[in-house]
Design a protein around this ligand. Structure first.
Ligand SMILES: Nc1ncnc2c1ncn2[C@@H]1O[C@H](COP(=O)(O)OP(=O)(O)OP(=O)(O)O)[C@@H](O)[C@H]1O
Length: 320
């Protein structure tokens, strides 16, 4: 769907993209990076709206440097910032955008009604957009990106400004854009966790460089780290410490998890196979405590950033 090769974009004072080479296939792909990582710049280059300084890119097999118009016919775009006219209704606006994409009047009206129904705005479709909530405005932006039945859509920070419920609804809608219509999606976010459930594939950029590109499953694969949580009793008012000491007596050390949420109530240790599970069970039972939780931890996408931060700090440390 998308292929870039050593793509760079330099502004006078900042390098927004730095020799980025990445391939994106069909499905829902998350483009994750902190603010300023270069996500919007990449989207504008892929739409043929902004020229790259160096390198090349193709979208649906079309060269972005020469085929911008053909790309924009086949690709939908939901921009990050609010860009909606307040005085017209969702129907008027989306019909207008459909007409701009070349649909005849009757088809534009029909597609608009279908698309507004899909994004959950059918009831309010004749009200002026100026009176809409942030969530409703985001849905209008999504509808105009979908109305011309594109093969691929670029969604730039679609969950921006939404509360947790609105965010979940938007992420569900995005997933359905692919499952119900077969449209592939490239969705950007600076919130790492939210894309784990929505995307098949995740591309992480930082400072305009590619940090990692892999399937979400690979990102969140199970680790060999076991997380354990136990109850306290009168005899052992700090059950966690009692288990830690008892494990140490049997030669098993637990990891320092002071920086993690729930630290103080959770023990982390490396599983060496089935015997580790048996040992933990026997130790907890031997102390008369209850085992609340014993599970394998999963990687989180956030850890990619933590690793790169650590590498950067290390590099700075070595440098001076
Ligand atoms: N037209 C421009 N002129 C100069 N610098 C720019 C321009 N557009 C973007 N930049 C800079 O390029 C870098 C990448 O910006 P970009 O908007 O692509 O990041 P982003 O990952 O989309 O972040 P955000 O979500 O905050 O928009 C930033 O440092 C930004 O200030």
């Amino acid at each position: 769907m998308i292929a870039t090769e050593s793509l760079s974009k330099r502004f006078p004072r900042v390098t927004a993209l730095d020799r980025l080479s990445v391939d994106v296939g069909p499905g829902v792909t998350g483009l994750v990076g902190a603010n300023g990582a270069g996500k919007s710049t990449l989207i504008k280059i892929l739409l043929g709206l902004s020229p790259a300084t160096e390198g090349r890119a193709e979208v649906l097999g079309l060269d972005v440097a020469t085929k911008g118009g053909a790309i924009r016919e086949r690709v939908g775009y939901m921009p990050e910032h609010d860009c909606l006219p307040p005085d017209v209704s969702a129907t008027e606006f989306v019909v207008h955008m459909a007409r701009m994409s070349g649909l005849p009047p009757a088809a534009a009206r029909e597609r608009t009604a279908d698309t507004l129904r899909h994004v959950g705005l059918y009831e309010e479709r004749y009200r002026p957009i100026g009176g809409y909530s942030t969530g409703m405005k985001q849905r209008v932006k999504l509808a105009q990106a979908l109305v011309h039945d594109p093969q691929l859509v670029f969604l730039d920070e679609p969950t921006n400004g939404l509360d947790p419920v609105g965010r979940d609804e938007m992420l569900g809608l995005i997933r359905r854009v692919h499952t119900d219509f077969g449209i592939s999606v490239l969705v950007t976010s600076h919130l790492l966790g939210e894309l784990e459930r929505t995307c098949d594939h995740v591309v992480v950029v930082d400072g305009g460089k590619l940090l990692r590109s892999s399937s979400t499953r690979d990102f969140t694969q199970t680790t060999t780290t076991l997380a354990i949580e136990v109850t306290d009793t009168d005899e052992h008012p700090d059950g966690t410490s009692a288990v830690r000491d008892a494990l140490l007596e049997r030669g098993v050390t637990t990891h320092d998890c002071s920086g993690l949420p729930g630290a103080g109530h959770i023990l982390l240790l490396t599983a060496e196979g089935e015997q580790t599970y048996d040992l933990v069970r026997d130790v907890v039972a031997g102390l008369g405590l209850g085992l609340v939780r014993m599970e394998q931890r999963r990687h989180q996408i956030a850890e990619v950033f933590k690793d790169s931060d650590e590498q950067r700090k290390e590099a700075i440390g070595h440098g001076g």
